[in-house]
Design a protein around this ligand. Structure first.
Ligand code: UD1
Length: 366
């Protein structure tokens, strides 16, 4: 019997660590042939190629090269390009991950051609419809045929939206598979050692959400908080290109980088970044994935957002939502508090990819 062509869609930095374990697991299956499709939403070496290299992903089979743009431009470009790919290659199944614009675009393009779609990391909801990712999640989940969820809250969200149980399958959090696959390399990388910071005595900061970085006032308040924190411990800050651009445009970059104790650097690859996070005293972020990785690693995380689509990281893990006003007090609490509960949520165990493969194989009927 001819193998089923399965497309794995990768687009932006947070996608690669979700796609990689599944790609590796599917490569070992005889019943399918995996095609890695990169939409090109992220294109800098530090945002894309570095992750492919670290995670052992091959050069993508299909490169759509859509690049940056407004939301409509980016979504439309991915739809047009991916529709062409689908017409040429007629995949049997399309797997999308996460919540970026390309996730939505490729789902729409495939479904309009009658091609079934599975969504990995389905069901997450911040209940904040001003977030572009929330709109991407809602529409993707409404359309996808198979919804692979990481946690019980995600199942409940989908049921509340009227999605039948037959389309929902809890598989756990695939990002932990990436961590476990690369644990040896992550430990060996010793990034704290090469930066000259002492384990458990430094902070890591990442920021890129439009709500935090696109306007001068919130970004200035965050820079002030980082400068204050650097007085207490070294702060390593790998800077996302969007954030770097805004810091420079608002005249905040020079002051930040001239501050003693602040190490602003280029975005890091996966292995380097995980090596940095696993030994940190605390992490300040607005990322989705880092809320989960810190929970898995038992590292205190302060998330500069009003809401999270990952409430399990607050309920069971090490995450707390903070505002720019409460950030300093929360940092003090962490510094003064002894060790945290290090348990991680059910099925965040490094064995999600085989569960996803088994589920896909079942629906494909092979
Ligand atoms: C996107 C995702 C967000 C995810 C984030 C991780 C959406 C709606 N947003 O946001 O969910 O958390 O990726 O990074 O899909 N740029 C570069 N080089 C690159 C990529 C981007 O310089 O390789 C710059 C460009 O100026 C671009 C800007 O960063 O306009 C923003 O990139 P974009 O992909 O639009 O959104 P992100 O903020 O990265």
């Amino acid at each position: 019997m001819k193998p089923v062509e399965v497309h794995l869609i990768a687009a932006a930095r947070p996608n690669f660590m979700k796609v990689a374990p599944l790609h590796h697991a599917l490569q070992r299956e005889g019943w399918c042939r995996t095609t890695l499709v990169h939409t090109g939403q992220h294109y800098d070496d530090t945002m894309s190629e570095a992750f492919l290299r670290d995670l052992g992903l091959p050069h993508p089979d299909v490169q759509l090269g859509i690049g940056s743009g407004t939301h409509a431009e980016q979504t439309a470009a991915a739809m047009v390009a991916y529709e062409r790919t689908c017409r040429e290659r007629r995949p049997g199944w399309v797997v999308v991950v996460g919540d970026v614009n390309s996730t939505l675009a490729c789902t729409l393009a495939a479904k309009k051609l009658g091609i079934p779609v599975a969504h990995l990391e389905a069901g997450l909801r911040s209940n904040d419809r001003t977030m572009p990712e929330e709109l991407n999640r809602i529409v993707t989940d409404a359309l996808a045929d198979l919804l692979w969820t990481p946690s019980p809250d995600a199942d409940a969200n989908l049921r509340r939206e009227g999605i039948p149980d037959t389309r929902i399958e809890r598989v756990g959090n695939i990002m932990m598979d990436s961590y476990e696959l690369l644990r040896g390399a992550i430990v060996a990388a010793d990034v704290p050692g090469s930066l000259g910071v002492t384990p458990d005595e430094y902070a890591v900061v990442t920021l890129h959400r439009p709500v935090n970085v696109d306007q001068v006032d919130p970004l200035r308040e965050l820079v002030v908080a980082i400068i204050e924190l650097a007085d207490r411990m070294p702060v390593v800050f790998p800077v996302h290109p969007r954030t770097r651009d805004r810091l420079e445009a608002f005249g905040l970059w020079d002051g930040l980088t001239a501050t003693r104790g602040v190490r602003a650097c280029e975005p890091m690859g996966y292995i380097e970044f995980m090596s940095l996070v696993r030994e940190a005293r605390l992490v300040i972020t607005d990322s989705g994935g880092i809320q989960e990785e810190t929970t898995y690693l038992g590292i205190p995380c302060l998330t500069v957002r009003d809401t999270t689509e990952r409430p399990i990281t607050v309920l069971e893990g090490t995450n707390r939502l903070v505002s720019t006003d409460s950030l300093a007090a929360e940092v003090t609490t962490i510094i003064e508090r002894p060790g945290l509960n290090r348990s991680s949520p059910d099925l965040w165990d490094g064995a999600t990819a085989p569960r996803v493969v088994a589920s896909l194989r079942r629906v494909v009927g092979r």
